[in-house]
Write a protein that binds this ligand. Structure first.
Ligand code: FAD
Length: 597
């Protein structure tokens, strides 16, 4: 067979999770990374605010507090064994990054600087705690560059601009993956003992999103088509502060540095919804508050946006009212210069895209689709599990945003995704390499590229009655309006019908470009198919869950219902329908209680 490659471990994805996995797997296993983007263009590079770890550099902090905050932030849907593991490992993980050369911002005495972030608290006082370790507002960029350099140093093999379209499974075991080389259009078969999926999220199915164009859920869709369930897909995070209409993220760090949200009446509305930590409540709480303010007619100009004010006058006024102090006990006061130095990239974005200097004028913001809590179910070693008994599929692993461990449950806390990547990226890499040492190659199926060729043929031979771009637009607006911050039975049912209609229309699409070299029309159309599959799973899971929990807010079932719904959803894509099952949440130390901030 032409274009056949053999590795012990194949990592699909060159973002934070994939690079971390590759680094650790390559210690003992012959490892390669396949990435549709040049690795340093991965979405990890867009992460701004920081990585959470209880280093306690500026005030007392403990991994147990981080654990509890994460459990509470997850609205009790996160698995507590995995959360505890992650928060304990986070501290060493940050030092490991430091030792690899990551240029963190520093405190006056040279330690890693930390700042407050939504939902991270001192568990005794309930006040915000400085837990987010950062490199200005470019933390993800620095992580990605640091890890990539380490991978190059360790001579890991990269297949850049190769897009994986199928995972091969035979006799219940992983056999490899099939990828298209974008530069030539040729198919390649990678036989592997272990495959780690680290392909990131799928936020491009919503109209307003902070996510990169590449966030089309490829990894999740590919495994779903091979009969593997997806977990908790109804939980998708809307970040409260996207730039109005554009969706570009304004990091929570802006509120960490003292920024305040205002409604059209000039009220600091978060006081009503989270009396203790106000603007630093967790994201689901703030996004929902914005929706309720909109419904009450308090959005600006009736246009569903609000103001985020980080001008020194406002920051200093409210810091005084809140009694906020610096680590040395002196009152917290800032200058425009200090704000700019803490959030240089955000300042640039606002000037470039809005013509607004955020140190002089408030920023118009609205909720933006941001992060997939749900994904491919794994245990805390990154092994993919395929049913409600957590049966492992030998040789298949997932890590990063595409995976659902579940450490984020119904709502992820800011800074916890970068922790997730580093901790579970590392452990999935170690586990996969260990498995590969003791395993043989699973024989490839007779015609390994058959399913991929079939998918491509279909896209080339549709009737041409429909245009992919139009279907994409309708999908994104349907998802934003009906499967967004607030949901109802009626809206979700309507969305289901619309998605089925779009799926039927998608079968008529024909890709006009018949070339092989960088045929982006073909790949983007294939990606739209992935989003249509995941939209179906998301909406069906959301329709079934008749309660409100974390990011899943139902107008018709406003309360959390632990009696009936303290459980994870598992959803199998079966043609045009979705089969559901449920599995218990792991609860160790913290019994669910009401969530207040
Ligand atoms: C604007 C923004 C700001 C954020 N800020 C923070 C923050 O401050 N703190 C925090 O904790 N989290 C933050 N997050 C979330 C966090 O950055 C992401 O969840 C995380 O970086 C995802 O990492 P990953 O390794 O899973 O995926 P990515 O970094 O996106 O990498 C995915 C990789 O998969 C590859 N890939 C995808 N599909 C295929 C395919 N079919 N074939 C081959 N390769 C494929 C891509 O090429 C890419 O290399 C932010 C997210 C956004 C969007």
């Amino acid at each position: 067979m032409e274009n056949l490659h053999q590795y012990d471990v194949i990592v699909v994805g060159g973002g934070g999770a994939g690079l971390m996995a590759a680094m650790y797997a390559s210690r003992t296993a012959k490892t390669a990374v396949i990435s549709k983007l040049y690795p340093v263009r991965s979405h990890t590079g867009a992460a701004q605010g920081g990585i959470g770890a209880a280093l306690g550099n500026l005030e007392e902090d403990r991994p147990e507090w981080h654990t509890f905050d994460t459990v509470k932030g997850s609205d009790y849907l996160g698995d507590q064994d995995a959360i505890e593991f992650m928060c304990n490992e986070a501290v060493q993980a940050v030092y490991d990054l430091e030792h690899m050369g990551l240029p963190f911002s520093r405190t006056a005495d040279g330690r890693i600087a930390q700042r407050p972030f939504g939902g991270h608290t001192n568990n005794v006082t309930g006040k915000p705690v400085r837990r987010s370790c950062y490199a200005a507002d470019r933390t993800g960029h620095m992580i990605l560059q640091t890890l990539y350099q380490q991978c190059i140093k360790n001579q890991i093999v990269f297949y850049d601009e190769f897009q994986v379209m199928d995972v091969l499974i035979r006799d219940g075991k992983v056999a490899g993956v099939v990828a298209v080389e974008l530069a030539t259009g040729e198919l390649h078969v990678f036989q592997a003992k272990a495959v780690i999926i680290a392909t990131g999220g799928h936020g491009r199915m919503w109209e307003i999103t902070s996510n990169a164009y590449a966030y089309t859920g490829d990894g999740a869709a590919v495994v779903a088509r091979r009969g593997i369930p997806l977990e908790d897909m109804e939980f998708f995070q809307f970040h409260p502060t996207g730039i109005y209409k554009l969706g570009i993220l304004i990091t929570e760090a802006v509120r960490g540095e003292g920024g305040i949200l205002f409604n059209a009446k000039g009220e600091r509305f978060m006081e009503k919804y989270a009396p203790r930590i106000k603007d630093l409540a967790s994201r689901d709480v703030v996004s929902r508050a914005m929706y309720l303010e909109t419904r009450a007619g308090n959005d600006v100009n009736g246009q569903r946006f609000f103001y985020l004010d980080v001008t020194p006058e406002t920051v200093n006024k409210y810091a005084e009212l809140d009694g906020r102090t610096r680590p040395d006990g002196t009152p917290y006061r800032v200058t425009a210069e200090e704000i700019r130095s803490k959030i240089p990239d955000i300042t640039d974005f606002c000037i470039t895209y809005l013509g607004i200097d955020p140190t002089k004028q408030p920023i118009p913001v609205q909720p933006t689709a941001h992060y997939a809590m749900g994904g491919i179910p794994t245990n805390k070693f990154g092994e993919v599990v395929i049913d409600s008994n957590n049966t492992v599929l030998p040789g298949l692993y997932a890590a990063g945003e595409v995976a659902c461990v579940s450490v984020h449950g119904a709502n992820r806390l800011g800074t916890n995704s970068l922790v997730d990547l580093i901790v579970f990226g590392k452990h999935s890499g170690l586990r996969a390499a260990e498995y590969a040492l003791g395993a043989d190659f699973t024989p490839l199926p007779d015609d390994p590229t058959a399913f991929v060729r079939e998918q491509i043929e279909r896209l080339r031979n549709g009737s041409g009655k429909e245009r992919a771009a139009q279907i994409g637009r309708e999908l994104r607006s349907t998802m934003f309006d009906l499967v967004g911050v607030f949901r109802t039975e009626e809206g979700l049912t309507q969305a289901m019908e619309k998605i089925q209609e779009l799926r039927a229309r998608f079968r008529e699409v024909r890709v006009a470009d018949s070339g092989k070299v960088f045929n982006m029309e073909l790949m983007q159309t294939w990606e739209l198919g992935n989003l249509l599959d995941l939209a179906l799973v998301t909406t069906r899971s959301a329709l079934e869950r008749r309660e409100s929990r974390g990011a899943h807010a139902r107008d018709d079932y406003p309360a959390r219902d632990d009696v009936n719904w303290l459980k994870h959803t598992l959803a199998w894509l079966e043609g045009d329908s979705v089969r559901l099952d449920y599995k218990p949440v792991v609860i160790t130390k913290y019994q669910p209680k009401e969530r207040t901030y």
